[in-house]
Design a protein around this ligand. Structure first.
Ligand SMILES: Cc1ncc(C[n+]2csc(CCOP(=O)(O)OP(=O)(O)O)c2C)c(N)n1
Length: 325
């Protein structure tokens, strides 16, 4: 990856980080209702993977999905406005934090039922294979999803039909509050299960955007060539608690400290400096990001609430005609 590309990845990760921080602050101000599952710490997985995909590849995420929506082109303003239930939100205030969706960029949603979207990604991959479009489907999910039946059903069918689908596990060591290691029979909850279905399972440093991009590019190339699905387990750590109300006191202090030192932004910044990019160039990227997010916060705060007459638009594929009659 050349330095211009790496700088672009850094800037996109920094944009996600700042937007997540803004979401956190806006929640504390009472402007974001419901809850939020922030992806601060997970940025390199979304940014690295997205850079390795085609624009028309399908992406499916979990309720911890702000980073995936943004990696596929959603703006901080659209995301924050959605979290604040504004008419200008990404889903016109009908999705909220847990359901960010950008269908026009083939990002087919964020799902709150753990594991539920893995079979959907398999369906999208099956459709792409039948239509011969060369598209891939990628499902991003947490380590906890690997103990859900849908994970195993999805891997099995994807392998049987040799579908162009990637299963990317964001292993942040914890489910809600439970360490994944306490409830899983194998050390690598996603990668160690893949061989049982005859598909490759790899582990990657999920905080290193370069490693993630390279791994996804390789596995995507393989899947597109007709060699079938793969599992990629990306090791990472969340900077906040599971959701807004969780202070995450169950995590050992030394573990938190170790992972905070292995920050995706620091790693990318280190790579840039090592490659000879001046510190000021990186700082200028940080400043651009700050300005964009500041403007996004203002715009979202000033945006109107949705018109109640739009309550039933964009809800059914047929506009609701069948349901109403
Ligand atoms: C089928 C199902 N069971 C339980 C829950 C409640 N729940 C929400 S998030 C979560 C933890 C999932 O952890 P993981 O898959 O590791 O993802 P992370 O939150 O760490 O990103 C649980 C159990 C749910 N949403 N869906």
């Amino acid at each position: 990856m050349d330095t211009a590309e790496l700088l672009a990845r850094y800037e996109q990760m920094a944009l996600i980080r700042r937007t997540e921080k803004a979401a956190h602050d806006l929640f504390l101000q009472g402007l974001v209702k419901g809850t939020t599952h922030l992806a601060a710490g997970h940025e390199a997985i979304a940014v690295g993977a997205s850079a390795a995909l085609r624009d028309d590849d399908y992406v499916f995420a979990t309720y911890r999905g702000h980073h995936h929506a943004m990696a596929r082109g959603a703006t901080p303003e659209e995301c924050l406005a959605e979290l604040m239930q504004r008419a200008t939100g990404l889903c016109r205030a009908k999705g909220g934090s847990m359901h960010l969706t950008k269908a026009d960029a083939f990002m087919l949603g964020s799902y709150a039922i753990v594991g539920a979207h893995l079979p959907m990604a398999v369906g999208a991959a099956w459709s792409a294979k039948l239509r011969g479009t060369g598209q891939l489907a990628v499902a991003f999910f947490g380590d906890g999803a690997t103990n859900i039946g849908a994970f195993h059903e999805a891997l099995n069918l994807a392998a049987v039909w040799k579908l162009p689908v990637l299963f990317v596990c964001e292993n942040n060591l914890y489910m809600e509050y439970t360490p994944i290691a306490d409830v899983t029979a194998v050390a690598r909850p996603a990668a160690d299960r893949a061989p049982a279905y005859g598909i490759p399972g790899e582990v990657v440093d999920g905080n290193d955007v370069v490693s993630v991009q390279e791994a996804v590019a390789r596995l995507a190339g393989r899947a597109r060539a007709g060699d079938g699905p793969a599992v990629l387990e990306a090791e990472t750590y969340r900077h906040f608690g599971h959701s807004r109300t969780d202070p995450a006191t169950y995590r050992p202090a030394e573990e938190v400290e170790r992972w905070l030192k292995h920050d995706p932004l620091d790693i990318a910044r280190g790579r840039l400096v090592e490659a000879g990019v001046p510190e000021e160039t990186v700082t200028a990227a940080d400043e651009r990001v700050q300005a964009v997010v500041r403007q996004a916060i203002d715009a979202a705060k000033n945006a109107p609430a949705p018109d109640p007459r739009e309550a039933f638009t964009d809800v059914w594929a047929d506009g609701g005609a069948a349901w109403r009659t």
